[in-house]
Design a binder for this molecule. Structure first.
Ligand code: 5GP
Ligand code: ZN
Length: 105
């Protein structure tokens, strides 16, 4: 989507601090960190919300989250982490490009 901030981050049009990248996934630090290491994980392909993803896309996204989250937590000296998804405006989703929050605790 041309007016999507996270698609612009994927295309390199907006700078970000990348945590991980492959052909399908991008993980980058949240601009407003709740805790050190607060990371957003996205599929590069645009979708508006988690509930719209195919089973395959969910598997790709959440497998990456499961792999990355313990590593990020360890890197910042956290003992655990929260994984969060805001799905829809009423649930606090501000950016309409599906993303998963990893918040070290
Ligand atoms: P939501 O409420 O949609 O789940 O969370 C969106 C998140 O994206 C927020 O935590 C916000 O700080 C983060 N965010 C918004 N714009 C940018 C940006 O341009 N760069 C980065 N790295 N994070 C952003
Ligand atoms: Zn997008």
């Amino acid at each position: 989507m041309t007016d999507c901030i996270f698609c612009k981050i994927v295309k390199g049009e907006i700078p970000t601090l990348k945590v991980y990248e492959d052909d399908k996934i991008l993980a980058f630090l949240d601009i407003a960190q709740i805790n050190a290491g607060h990371t957003l994980v996205i599929l590069k392909e645009h979708s508006d919300a988690f509930s719209e993803l195919s089973d395959k896309a969910v598997a790709e996204l959440m497998t990456s989250v499961r792999t990355l989250a313990p590593k990020i937590a360890k890197a910042v000296g956290a003992e655990g982490f929260n994984v969060g998804i805001n799905n829809g405006k009423a649930a606090g989703q501000i950016i309409r490009h599906t993303h998963v929050h990893i918040i070290p605790r």
